[in-house]
Design a protein around this ligand. Structure first.
Ligand code: GUN
Length: 299
């Protein structure tokens, strides 16, 4: 029985952050200022607070400015839109990220639409999804771009490969499919209504699982030697005597690793890539906003 190679996203993200730190220091010399990322958090969702703290720390560690805006749970939509407008106009701010989810009284799409697309380092604005769709430079959502970097690092050219993306969200599934099409893969997007899902997945040279269902993808769904990217982060119910359940992906790791050629673990696979790519997008935004050339492909 073979065992899949482990794709070490944690190590890849560390290397990417080191390259970003070098480029950020060069940007500061040329621009006479640091690149800056503004993160807006509304409310006190504990998971969001952890993410935002981690983003702030990693931004500063990469040699960029971090501007954090923490707003009350009951902040009105109008007040949040005012903050976004101020950040759009602020020349020290290259990237704007409004942490999702927002409280239910705020229309997320309206807030995303208010962000200047050239500061939309999350890549969530329809202008950026349109740019991705037609192959124009813009910003690509961080998690799927991180998955693509891991795939290209592992496989080199993806041209002609069969890829199956499980999940059709605006944040992962749809942009992942667009990225793989741009790499000349033959792409299938599967989802909860897909017929014979295991059969569909079994055709794939590349599987990207982003459905949010713990350990759903099994070994007998996988073509031997396929590359499997697991975007899921699911917490299992706690074992007796423990207060926290194990963190697992959408892929049954131990099972699938017997068949796949390579696989990302959870944790330590795709997860660490997201913030590293956010820093990359922010530095790219800074160069574009300042009119300074950056070899984006080398980052
Ligand atoms: N909430 C969870 N992940 C993300 C992300 O990547 N961007 C934003 N804006 N909110 C999130």
């Amino acid at each position: 029985m073979t065992t899949a190679a482990v794709i070490d996203g944690k190590a890849f993200a560390e290397n990417l952050r080191a390259r970003i730190a070098v480029a950020a220091a060069q940007f500061e010399v040329h621009a006479g200022r640091k690149a800056g990322l503004a993160v807006v958090l509304v409310g006190e969702d504990p998971a969001s607070q952890v993410y935002v703290r981690s983003k702030g720390k990693q931004t500063v560690a990469a040699g960029m400015n971090s501007f954090e805006y923490k707003l009350d749970d009951n902040t009105s939509e109008g007040a949040l839109l005012d903050v976004v407008e101020r950040l759009n106009a602020d020349p020290a701010v290259d990237g704007i990220l409004v942490q999702l989810p927002l409280p239910s009284h705020i229309d997320e799409q309206k807030v995303i639409a208010a962000i200047n697309p050239d500061k939309d380092v999350d890549g969530f604005h329809v202008v950026n999804s349109g740019r991705l769709s037609v192959g124009l430079p813009g910003f690509v959502p961080c998690t799927p771009l991180g998955c693509l970097m891991l795939l290209k690092d592992r496989l080199g050219s993806l041209s002609g490969l069969d890829a199956v993306v499980i999940g059709r969200s605006n944040i992962v599934g749809k942009p992942m499919a667009a990225l793989l099409i741009a790499e000349s893969c033959t792409v299938t997007v599967a989802h909860s209504r897909t017929k014979d899902l295991p059969e569909v997945v079994k055709r794939a040279d590349i599987v990207v699982a982003a459905v949010g269902r713990a350990e759903m993808v099994k070994a007998d769904w996988i073509k031997p030697g396929a590359t499997v990217i697991d975007v899921g982060i699911n917490r299992l119910p706690p074992e007796p005597g423990s207060d926290k359940g194990r963190l697992v992906g959408d892929v049954d790791y131990a099972d699938v690793a017997k068949v796949a050629g390579a696989i990302t673990p959870v944790p330590g696979g795709v997860g660490p890539m997201t913030i590293a790519v956010l820093l990359r997008n922010t530095l790219v935004a800074a160069h574009r906003n300042a009119g300074i050339v950056l070899d984006e492909a080398a980052l």
